[in-house]
Design a protein around this ligand. Structure first.
Ligand code: FCB
Length: 483
């Protein structure tokens, strides 16, 4: 067998097997054991299946109808900051093609669509003057969705900070401006929109933007000021919760979307499960733990010492304003085990051989969907949980016939949904799942080099093509089950 490596041999064997079966139509259960019917991994009734996107990643229309500039416009136009200098100037042009995108959602059969509003379309300078044309756009989007029986789930802030806000998140005025923006838009749309998320992923617009300069606005602040930025972010969330409660009808659901650090116990024995819970509290101390507990953990304050955030008297009450749900954005976890250290756990690094998806940071460990839910609910008992993001990039290449057979994405999603199913079967209050993403889009510093959509986008023509994963997701939704 000279000349065969294991890889080529495997490929050749698979190819000849495939050729032998080509053209045959087999009765569904003719080969092997009967397959589980989708009903065996069925999700609860009224479970919300959806897709997620964000304004700067899909809208384009960066200068249309009076939209003001944001930190991401500036950052993406700064040479060397994004892959190939990509920007969100046009992105998926969803500002103009939103009806087409609503049709894609309709064809999938989703019950919900999570998208974000661009603050600077409505308040071009972040505060002060209002731009009615910006609001009109979201009125059109909401009405289009409702006409198609799709429930809008709106995120008020997904990282696109208006540059008009001097000092950005370093300033305590920014949380106040955010609350005013939240009050205004929820008053305008609250008759039709019943589900709101304040902020998306605190760590990405605080630490990644202000501490390590990976994202806009690209600063490297020392620990003290950087911790203050974090504090302003959670304060903005709390102020916005209060603003939304004041402007919307009873029954409106308010929450946030957080990419908590998710900890999976190395084995499911009591001591390691307990270790994962402790790690979840400490690993999210400056964000979700503070929001849910209304205080910073002593361990966090002691660790930060003189760099700890400056907290004004009512801040922690505001920050912990009750939410109706916690949204979890989950892609990848950390593993932990119990140990005899004072904190009671140790993180177990991934071996170099841990498989990952097209984005190297998405290390494959689908148990994270179960443990992300379970740790959060066991610790803080929120009334509801949504998975507000889960999905993966894939090296999608259309076949000559124009198909995109993203079987790796389907593998990723199916396995995550199996573990999420376990959470629902055990009674954890998971109400819905939003797949990231409806479309390939502007993936922040990775520009257009990483495709997360279940619809392929040709960025030259804006043509959208459903990938195999879109067909698969439609089946999941039809069966309300893992398929
Ligand atoms: C999340 C972001 C989202 C997208 C996915 C891949 O962290 O919230 O905008 O970039 O990652």
């Amino acid at each position: 067998m000279k000349g065969f490596t294991r890889r080529t041999f495997g490929k050749t064997a698979a190819a000849s097997a495939a050729a032998a079966f080509a053209g045959l139509t087999l009765p569904r259960l003719a080969v092997g054991q009967p397959q589980p019917q989708p009903s065996e991994l069925r999700y609860p009734k009224r479970f919300v299946w959806g897709c997620a996107t964000a304004a700067y990643q899909i809208e384009g229309g960066a200068k249309d109808d009076g939209r003001g500039p944001t930190t991401w416009d500036v950052w993406s136009h700064t040479p060397g900051k994004t892959h190939d200098g990509d920007t969100g100037d046009v992105a998926d042009d969803s500002y103009h093609l939103y009806k087409e995108d609503a049709n894609l959602l309709k064809a999938l059969g989703v019950g919900g669509y999570r998208f974000s509003m661009s603050w600077s379309r409505i308040f071009p300078a972040g505060k002060g003057e209002i731009n009615p044309k910006g609001l009109d756009y979201y009125n059109r989007v909401v009405d289009e969705l409702l006409a198609k029986n799709i429930t809008p789930y709106i995120t008020l802030f997904h990282w696109d900070t208006p540059t008009g806000l001097s000092g950005g998140w370093q300033s305590r005025d920014t949380p106040k401006a955010f609350a005013d923006y939240a009050a205004y838009v929820t008053k305008q749309l609250g008759d039709r929109v019943k589900h709101w998320m304040t902020t998306n992923e605190f760590v990405c617009f605080t630490d990644l933007g202000y501490r390590i300069a990976q994202f806009a606005p690209g600063m490297k602040l020392p620990a003290g000021p950087a911790n203050q930025v974090r504090h302003h972010a959670i304060l903005a969330h709390g102020l916005a919760v209060q603003a939304i409660r004041a402007t919307t009808p009873a029954g409106t659901q308010v929450g946030l979307a957080e990419n908590t650090n998710v900890y999976v116990p190395v084995m499911e024995t009591q001591e390691h499960i307990e270790a994962a819970r402790k790690a979840t509290r400490l690993g999210n101390a400056c964000f979700l733990t503070a929001v849910m507990e209304g205080k910073y953990m002593d361990a966090y304050l002691e660790r930060e010492g003189a760099n700890a955030p400056k907290v004004e008297p009512d801040d922690m009450n505001i920050i912990s304003s009750p939410v109706d749900f916690v949204g979890l954005n989950i892609y990848t976890p950390s593993f932990v085990r119990a140990d005899s250290s004072p904190q009671g756990f140790a993180q177990v690094p991934f071996p170099a051989s841990q498989p990952h998806m097209a984005s190297p940071w998405i290390l494959l460990a689908p148990e994270c969907l179960y443990w992300g839910v379970r740790n959060t609910v066991d610790l803080w008992k929120p009334k509801g949980i949504y998975i507000t993001e889960n999905g993966t990039s894939s090296d999608d290449v259309p076949t000559p016939a124009g198909r995109i057979d993203d079987v790796d994405r389907i593998m990723y999603l199916r396995n995550h949904l199996m573990h999420l199913h376990r959470a629902t079967a055990e009674g954890y209050p998971v109400k819905g799942y939003f797949l990231w993403s409806l479309l390939d889009n502007f993936e922040w510093a990775d520009g257009y080099s990483k495709r997360f959509g279940i619809h392929y986008v040709d960025f030259k023509t804006q043509k959208r093509t459903p990938k195999l994963s879109a067909e698969w997701y439609r089946e999941v939704i039809t069966w309300n089950a893992v398929v």
